[in-house]
Write a protein that binds this ligand. Sequence first.
Ligand code: 13P
Ligand code: SF4
Length: 300
Amino acid sequence: MQDFLRRLNKLKQEKNAIIVAHIYQLPEIQDIADFVGDSLELSRKASQTDADIIVFCGVHFMAETAKILSPQKKVLLPDLNAGCPMADMINESKLQELKALHPKAKVVAYVNTSASIKAQSDICCTSANAVNVVKSLKDEEIIFVPDRNLGAFVASQSGKDLILYNGFCPTHNNFILPEFAIAARAAHPNAIMLVHPECRPETIALADYAMSTGQMCKFVEQSPHGDFIIGTELGIFHKLKKDNPQKNFYPINSLAVCPNMKKITLAKVLDALETEKNIVEVGAEIAARAYQPIQKMLEL
Ligand code: 13P
Ligand code: SF4
């Protein structure tokens, strides 16, 4: 490990590179990253850093967003096959069909979408700011893509009737089920239950709060409570335990893993930085159009 770190740090210095990681990344990736955060925090970091190379430890749409925000930088995704099944559930023609049915509607795109979907949208959001983004729109009709669960949560919190697309995150939707939340509550009756809004509405209804991964980390740090039931991808447990060694964390389902997030390994990070391969590119025209809704979100 010492040798690995020496090589990695030397390369980082020589190439003026920064390593950023999503909270769902493997523990060893989080430990070598310069910055660990949720989707919104990572977007902000990507737009603010003066590094020449961003090694993005996450999934494709996140690295793509970083590239759109910093077109002059080289963005490397250590495994180009690390995608997001939810983002892949919608494509341009499906969105066009929906827009044709609701020609006056504004389109809110979750950042978990490809650049071409963002390019056809009015404003982006992450799970951390989705409610505020929707509340900021004065329009009668709002299409929300692609996550039906986050969309339903935002509709309930904003009081707005959203036109939802039928996408979902397999990890949150299929693994973090209400029956497991009930069992976790019974096993840890004094714990606060935090779930991600990508979970089903029936699961969210059983929780104390629904919030983004970054918000969960802040909530736990600031809370006087010692016990927490957590309903999101398991990568978050490493950060929660590291930042709060005296507190206890219980997963709603210890099988809630995102296989794509786990495709990034230490060897792939070193290889990507050494060879500068696995470059994430976005065509200039799409990037220019996709930049607008992302920037609108960041300005809110
Ligand atoms: P946040 O990090 O924004 O909470 O998103 C979770 C997620 O599923 C990212 O793919
Ligand atoms: Fe996509 Fe879900 Fe994995 Fe996030 S956790 S990258 S939404 S599949």
